[in-house]
Design a protein around this ligand. Structure first.
Ligand SMILES: Nc1ncnc2c1ncn2[C@@H]1O[C@H](COP(=O)(O)OP(=O)(O)OP(=O)(O)O)[C@@H](O)[C@H]1O
Length: 316
């Protein structure tokens, strides 16, 4: 069985009256891409800052690589790569000099360092920008530089805190593919985000956080199996008389049926052939059927069911 790379036990962090982390317990195993998913303010960054001993905490314990983490645990820190939400690079250094600087904090052998820097530049696709200073880079390229600085020394544990916020789709894909590649090359990854699509795409196991607590944990399949909803059927209809809507709502395995803005939405819980049975009812009443879609449950549905609110705001 894979070893635990990170063990967080009963972590409590308070900011005055506010409890930012409320008895958080997490175990992250070697080789995982572990996703910390939660809305803004749920405690993801606080967790990472405590994990890195950048923040003191009120209660609990943190072990990394089987050893107790502390501000002076340099033997642990040298095997960790951190990419924080806010880009942290030197404005006066070029892309290559920045990566060289951060890599040099861990690797002193000149030849090895040069090779690591070169590999990091290639890895994030900044070959054509190596002589650029950060202010000449777009937001996406700047993020990639930030990542290169964090991973050049080839850490065993890589922590990324919302690395794709405000990033263009091309850089976002490059970042996500890069994380998967780092993992294939042996790194354990902790990835925080409030974008459930990203977490679903790359994470092998996910903890969902809300108000400093872990409210659910598992693979995405395990998490989705926690919801009552197994599929949602949407049918565009010009009209839907109430008695037909009621008939659909009364079908077995359909636990809610609504008609708003010309769309019938039927939420199913288990059962088979739900779509066919819904369409049969509509056809029997000779209704004009428009576009039909079925949607599988998302991590947002899990969150919604447990907390009664959506993971992120629509405009986010
Ligand atoms: N230095 C601080 N002083 C007081 N409260 C803080 C401080 N830092 C964070 N908080 C509060 O702690 C809670 C958790 O914040 P945290 O930044 O860890 O959440 P998050 O999940 O990372 O959110 P985001 O996605 O916005 O970064 C929030 O309510 C936040 O307002």
């Amino acid at each position: 069985m894979a070893e635990n790379v990170v063990e967080i036990e009963g972590l409590v962090k308070r900011y005055g009256e506010l409890t930012a982390l409320d008895h958080l317990t997490l175990e992250i195993k070697e080789g995982e891409v572990f996703g910390l998913l939660g809305p803004n303010g749920s405690g993801k960054t606080t967790t990472i800052n405590c994990l890195l001993s950048l923040l003191s905490y009120d209660k609990g314990s943190i072990r990394i690589f089987g050893r107790e983490m502390s501000p002076t645990a340099y033997d642990i820190k040298k095997d960790i790569g951190v990419i924080m939400q806010n880009v942290a690079v030197f404005e006066e250094l070029t892309v290559q000099e920045n990566i060289d600087y951060f890599c040099g904090l861990y690797i002193t052998d000149k030849q090895k360092k040069r090779q690591c820097v070169e590999e990091a530049i290639k890895f994030v696709g900044l070959e054509d920008f190596r002589k650029f200073r950060p202010k000449k880079l777009s937001g996406g390229l700047l993020r990639r530089l930030n990542i290169a600085c964090g991973i050049a020394h080839k850490p065993k544990l890589i922590i990324l805190d919302e690395p794709t916020v405000a990033v263009d789709p091309q850089s976002r894909n490059k970042i996500l593919e890069g994380i998967e590649e780092l993992n294939r090359n042996g790194a354990t990854v902790i990835y925080t985000s409030h974008y459930m699509e990203e977490v679903e795409q790359i994470c092998t196991r996910i903890a969902i956080m809300d108000r400093g607590r872990k409210i659910a944990e598992g693979t995405k399949e395990e998490l989705k199996a926690m919801t009552k909803n197994t599929e949602t059927i949407n049918v565009a209809l010009r009209e839907l008389p109430d008695e037909v809507l009621n008939e659909i709502g009364a079908l077995s395995h359909i636990y809610s049926a609504e008609y708003t803005d010309g769309i019938l939405t039927a939420a199913c819980s288990g059962g088979r052939h739900n779509l066919i049975r819904v369409l049969e009812v509509l056809q029997k009443h000779d209704l004009h059927i428009g576009q039909v879609t079925t949607v599988q449950p998302t991590l947002n549905d899990v969150f919604l069911e447990i907390t009664g609110k959506a993971l992120r705001d629509k405009e986010d």
